[in-house]
Design a protein around this ligand. Structure first.
Ligand code: CTP
Length: 389
């Protein structure tokens, strides 16, 4: 996945947090094609030394004083993480830092003794007052060997927020609701009916949309694929098809785009048994199922103005005919169909090959690509088609 080619990021690593944070962060940034310059503050240099930094980033390491003296320009984004109180104060007082034009993201690192809600609020106020962005710590901490723990946003969260900061922003201000993952239909406290979806395609869509500036509501079933730690993605966990229907119908009106790619169970047990169903003496067991609500169909036929609607279709045969029929029956603006029997397409793989059916009859065949690349192409088409409405 290459997204950052030609763009330059400066990462300032401060204090003992350099022990746990800097290597994974630089590695993920460089992997996307970004050119990364690393600056180590004096306290970080005591611990790791400049060779460590230049080996990681492929460029000579800059000292924090050099930035102050020579100015901080020529970057597409600047990330300061972990940032101590002292460094944040120095940045605030420095004319070089106050003249910076590109996005500046600051991930403060707090020792357990200083870690409380008031301290985070105060940091937020200081950082936002300069037009910089705070990356708050989630539940994650960074263990600095013998030096103990530091509360700081994870390297993963810092990476994701950097990608948002350097993104194209062509979905800025758009609110997108995405459904993904399987649903689980409980029969008793132990058993449930589900399917093979991991939710990976919907997560790729959510991530790429957030990188492009959108705010994403991700309504997801019980998934095995992790949700990226991005502020602009709001996860809404649900379990059954009925839960997903209720959450989607309650939230969707507030969005300009809905992309429904969940593998929703079409049937659910007629009855739920509060106690575990015991095995009988018969050789067979029949579980009676009833239809679940069709969420895509319900959004497609919502009264009044509805969001731009993208559906998915998982097919094993007659892909074109089935997809065209679903596009029309569910009143979608776009429908992305994939043949789940093809290798490299469908459940639990990193790639997908979809054919996009557009309202009005146009059909666009996409090559097999990573799910992130497929997501980008789908979002390109959403932008293109929305501008026609
Ligand atoms: N879908 C939905 N609610 C359901 C079933 C499906 O919202 N109860 C949506 C899926 O998220 C997808 C589209 O409908 O966007 C097509 O799903 P798919 O499983 O391919 O088809 P179905 O409509 O369920 O029909 P069939 O299983 O008979 O192919």
């Amino acid at each position: 996945m290459v997204r950052g080619i030609g763009l330059k990021v400066l990462l300032v690593a401060d204090g003992a947090g350099v022990l746990c944070h800097t290597a994974p962060l630089v590695t993920s940034l460089v992997r996307t094609g970004l050119s990364v310059r690393l600056s180590l503050t004096a306290s970080a240099q005591i611990l790791v030394g400049p060779y460590y930094g230049s080996m990681l980033s492929g460029h000579p390491v800059l000292s924090f004083e050099e930035l102050d003296e020579n100015g901080v320009s020529g970057y597409d984004a600047i990330l300061v993480v972990p940032a101590s109180d002292k460094t944040i104060k120095e940045m605030c007082e420095s004319p070089a830092w106050n003249g910076v034009r590109c996005p500046v993201l600051v991930g403060p690192g707090l020792l357990p003794k200083d870690d409380n809600a008031d301290a985070w609020d105060e940091l937020d106020a200081t950082i936002s007052a300069r037009g910089w962005k705070l990356i708050p710590a989630g539940i994650e901490t960074c263990t600095m060997g013998a030096l103990g723990e530091l509360r700081v946003a994870s390297a993963e969260r810092c990476f994701e927020e950097t990608m948002v900061a350097i993104g194209k922003n062509d979905l800025k201000g758009k609110r997108i609701l995405i459904t993904t993952g399987p649903t689980a239909e409980d029969a008793d406290p132990v058993r449930f009916v589900t399917n093979r979806s991991t939710g990976r395609m919907g997560v790729a869509l959510a991530r790429m949309a957030a990188w492009r500036g959108a705010f994403v509501t991700l309504v997801h079933g019980p998934m095995s694929w992790p949700i990226p730690q991005i502020n602009a993605i709001r996860p809404v966990p649900v379990r059954s098809a009925n839960d997903m229907y209720k959450a989607t119908m309650e939230l969707v009106q507030d969005h300009q785009v809905a992309i429904l790619c969940a593998a929703v169970a079409d049937y659910t047990p007629v009855e739920y048994s509060d106690i575990k169903i015991k095995k009988g003496h018969d050789a067979t067991f029949a579980l009676l199922l009833k239809r679940t609500p069709d969420i895509l169909d319900a959004v497609g036929h919502m009264p009044g103005k509805r969001p731009f609607l993208v559906g998915f279709a998982a097919e094993s045969d007659h892909v074109h005919a089935n997809a065209q029929a679903k596009l029309q029956a569910k009143n979608c603006d776009m429908l992305c169909a994939n043949d789940v029997t093809k290798p490299g397409s469908g459940f639990a793989v990193g790639t997908n090959q979809v054919t996009v059916f557009l309202r009005g009859g146009e059909v666009r065949e996409l090559p097999q690509m990573s799910k992130e690349d497929v997501a980008e192409k789908i979002l390109d088409m959403v932008i293109e088609r929305m501008s026609l409405i």
